[in-house]
Design a protein around this ligand. Sequence first.
Ligand code: SME
Length: 164
Amino acid sequence: MSYSARDDRPADKTARYAEVHQEIVAVLEGESDRVARMATVSAMLADAFPQFFWTGFYVVDPAKPGELVVGPYQGTLGCLRIPFGRGVCGAVAAAGKTRIVDDVEAFPGHIACDSRSRSEVVVPVFDAAGTLIAVLDVDATEVAAFDAVDAAALERLVAQVFAA
Ligand code: SME
C-alpha cells in the first residue's frame, strides 16, 4: 500500500506516521550525533511518504546568529542559507511556531529553491533545553498537501528525536 502526505483516509496517514516514528526511533537508538539523526529522519520520512518532494533540515548557524544553513536533506538542490524572517523556514525560525502553507506562491517572501514545490509544512526543532536548533521543512509538488495531522506528527517526531 502506498501513502501520500494528504491521504483521503486520515487514520491511515496517522498510522503511517506512527509506524515510521517507531522505525526512526529504533534506528537511532544509541546514536547521539545530530547530523546522523537529521540525515536518518530525512531519509526515512522521504521514503515513507512518496509525496514528500523535499524533506530536510535548515540548521541554526552557531557562527551566524539569525541565519539558517542547509543541513541533511532528501530532494532536489536546496538553497544554502535562509535569514531568520525570510520565507517559510525563516518565519518559522523567527517565531518558533509550525507553519502549514497551502500555496507557497501566495506566501510573502517565499524562497523558491525549486519552483516545483507548491505547498509545505515547516516545524521548529528544539533541543532538550528548549533552544531552537533547526527547522524541519517538508515540501510537496501539489497544492495543499499538508494538514494538521502532518504538523502534529512531525512536531511529535522532532520532539522525541531532538529534545528527549
Ligand atoms: N521552502 C523554503 C525554502 C527552502 S526549500 O524549499 C528547500 C522557504 O520558503 O522557507
